[in-house]
Design a protein around this ligand. Structure first.
Ligand SMILES: Nc1nc2c(c(=O)[nH]1)N[C@H]1C(S)=C(S)[C@@H](COP(=O)(O)O)O[C@H]1N2
Ligand SMILES: [Mo]
Length: 256
């Protein structure tokens, strides 16, 4: 919607009048009531816009001296899945990350592909909902350009991260997974991290690749990511709440 159209729409919505009528009769601009409605509707738009802008703000970055000497590992620290163990045994040389779902061009990316993709390093603080924090340096491929390579279809709204590990006895029901929206997906600090503190990502921290989504709490940072699926909704996926912990009561939006 152009700015002018949006103003027209807001006016029409606020006054309960049709946009057609408004474009036919511009005298509404002179009415004080219309002006008040317009400014309050615009105030609302501004507040919504500020929220959206805040979501794009960067997470704080730290200096090398701040890196935690012993970054805590949490949740799964190893994976039992047979395919994963085979990949682990040969250093993930043949491992591929699948990007599929609502994309024009499904991808299968090797670690070499990810290492040569546009990316960055960042020293950030990881905050777990259980009340601990650790600071680490992450290096990875920026998620946004990878999504552009795959070409999101217009109805894609979320990305689901399917992980190799399970946090319970049932390999399907207890498999870890997470999801984020496209604002976080295109955030400049959102990475598919393959290195931590200048070393290949250790298994306990999610080898070969884990998500860093720095404006979110720890449980959103999926480790052992095997597949990224673009979806319109996660209603039909597993418990329908968008993540392993969300299906067990955690908030889907864990912004910090
Ligand atoms: N696949 C997978 N990802 C996961 C988890 C997990 O158990 N499995 N735990 C989450 C939680 S609660 C936290 S705090 C972080 C822990 O990451 P770390 O082990 O690198 O500290 O990973 C998150 N991602
Ligand atoms: Mo956590």
């Amino acid at each position: 919607m152009s700015d002018l159209n949006r103003r027209g729409w807001l006016r029409a919505a606020g006054l309960g009048l049709s946009g057609l009528w408004l474009s036919a009769c511009d005298r509404v601009n002179e009415s004080p009531a219309a002006t008040a409605v317009l400014s309050s509707a615009e105030g609302l738009t501004r507040r919504v816009q500020r929220l959206a802008t805040d979501r794009k703000a960067l997470a704080r970055e730290f200096s090398p001296a701040d890196i935690s000497p012993d970054f805590r590992a949490n949740g799964s620290t190893s994976v039992a899945d047979a395919d994963y163990l085979q990949h682990q045994a040969n250093g993930f040389a043949d491992w591929k990350l699948v990007v599929d779902g609502l994309v024009e061009r499904p991808l299968a990316l090797s670690l070499a592909d990810l290492r040569s993709a546009p990316g960055r390093s960042q020293i950030t603080r990881h905050d777990c909902v259980e009340g601990w924090s650790s600071i680490g340096k992450w290096t990875g491929a920026s998620l946004g350009p990878i999504l552009d390579r795959a070409g999101l279809k217009p109805n894609a709204r979320y990305l689901v991260f399917h992980c190799a590990d399970t946090l319970g006895p049932d390999p399907v029901r207890d498999g870890y997974y997470e999801s984020i929206d496209l604002i976080d997906a295109y955030h400049p600090q959102t990475l598919l991290a393959y290195a931590m503190n200048e070393e290949p990502l250790p298994v306990k921290h999610g080898a070969p690749v884990r998500l860093r989504v720095e404006r979110q709490l720890g449980y959103k940072h999926a480790k052992y990511v095997m597949r990224i699926e673009a979806v319109e909704s996660f209603d039909q996926i597993r418990g329908g709440k968008g993540g392993f912990w969300e299906d067990r009561g955690y908030e889907w939006y864990a912004g910090i």
